[in-house]
Design a protein around this ligand. Structure first.
Ligand SMILES: O=P(O)(O)OC[C@H]1O[C@](O)(COP(=O)(O)O)[C@@H](O)[C@@H]1O
Ligand SMILES: [Mg+2]
Ligand SMILES: [Mg+2]
Length: 332
């Protein structure tokens, strides 16, 4: 335990022989970029990175300066490494193809450079979410079609959470591992191996202000939780909502729980709130690898066939038995 990320990755490559050296190097570069983002965030009001950038992203959301900075850090760090064919991001309308002056690689990287950025000005945890896919041969990555792969084909996924400490949570499809940034020496060190989520929980996360817009199955499920000991569940449930998916998912990976951003009438047209390729898929991969489950209420998230780069989907994930219960209410 406590070994540096680079040594952990080399050992994985040697022992399991499932980790390709280029993928290992790619993850090291992503980890370095996350470290740079952590430093930019850590300066807070002492730096020049707080507040809005004065622009909107492709989804019409106001961009924070740190959304733009984090996006640039990830692009700059990864464009010349030779491991990628293209990158796509929440903050860019179209993918970024690796320029011809740099060597091209066999992977695609897709990311939410700063998740929960509405929390940044009030000093609440935010994060970076990423997913790695294989670049399909013969498909032009410039229009985004290359990225339209089911979540179950991800070769790696993870996130960095910038909280009281910075942690990197990773999976290559063989368990979930947590690395904590040792700030003094600037290295991520392994602090938890093969994380497992308890199958049962008494904690849930949902934005209750949307209650009037929810569909019937979610109304029923949450009403049963809120009824507590006196209700059909016969137990009291606790609620938490950080409004940074990274922070909410990190709590669930650490001690169990249920996270829901379900379909609601307000956002039915756009299909949900959270983005499939760089929020739902990487988080679903991590959650399943830790023994949890992730669905839209109707289907397993990792089985969804993406239809567009910035597609949104409903998300229900976390402790297996609760995810299965909500999902079964959608089938009733
Ligand atoms: O403000 P709401 O509606 O509760 O939404 C919160 C959700 O939106 C998100 O902030 C979206 O992420 P971005 O900050 O990357 O746009 C999630 O992290 C979070 O779970
Ligand atoms: Mg996000
Ligand atoms: Mg974001």
């Amino acid at each position: 335990m406590r070994i540096p990320l680079s040594r952990f990755l080399i050992e994985q490559q040697r022992e399991s022989k499932t980790l390709d050296p280029n993928l290992r190097l790619l993850i090291e570069v992503v980890a370095r970029a996350c470290k740079a983002i952590a430093i930019a965030i850590g300066k807070g009001n002492l730096g020049d990175a707080m507040g809005t950038a004065g622009t909107d992203n492709v989804q019409g959301e106001v961009q924070k300066k740190l959304d733009v900075i984090s996006n640039e850090i990830l692009l700059d760090a990864n464009e010349w490494g030779g491991h990628l064919a293209a990158m796509a991001s929440e903050e860019m309308d179209l993918p970024f193809c690796i320029p011809n002056r740099y060597p091209k690689g066999e992977y695609l990287l897709v990311f939410d450079p700063l998740d929960g950025s509405s929390n940044i000005d009030v000093n609440i945890s935010v994060g970076t979410i990423f997913s790695v896919l294989r670049a399909p041969e013969g498909i032009d990555c410039a229009n985004g079609d290359a990225f339209l792969q089911k979540g179950c084909t991800q070769v790696a996924a993870g996130y960095a959470v910038y909280g009281p400490n910075t942690q990197l949570v990773l999976t290559f499809g063989h368990g979930v591992h947590v690395f904590t940034l040792d700030r003094e020496i600037g290295t991520f060190r392994l602090t938890q191996e093969n994380l497992q989520i308890p199958e049962d929980t008494r904690e849930f996360a949902i934005n209750m202000s949307n209650q009037r817009h929810w569909e019937e199955p979610v109304q029923r499920y949450v009403a049963e939780l809120l009824a507590g000991k006196e209700g059909p569940r016969g137990e009291d449930f606790n609620m938490r909502w950080v409004a940074s998916m990274v922070a909410d998912v990190h709590r669930i990976l650490s001690r169990g729980g249920l996270f829901m951003y379900p379909l609601d009438a307000k956002m039915a047209k756009q299909g949900g709130k959270l983005r499939l390729l760089y929020e739902a898929n990487p988080m679903a991969f991590l959650i399943e690898q830790a023994g949890g489950a992730a669905t839209t209420g109707r289907e397993r998230i990792l089985d969804l066939q993406p239809t567009s780069l910035h597609q949104r989907v409903p998300v229900i994930l976390g402790s297996k038995n609760e995810v299965e219960r909500v999902t079964s209410y959608h089938k009733d």
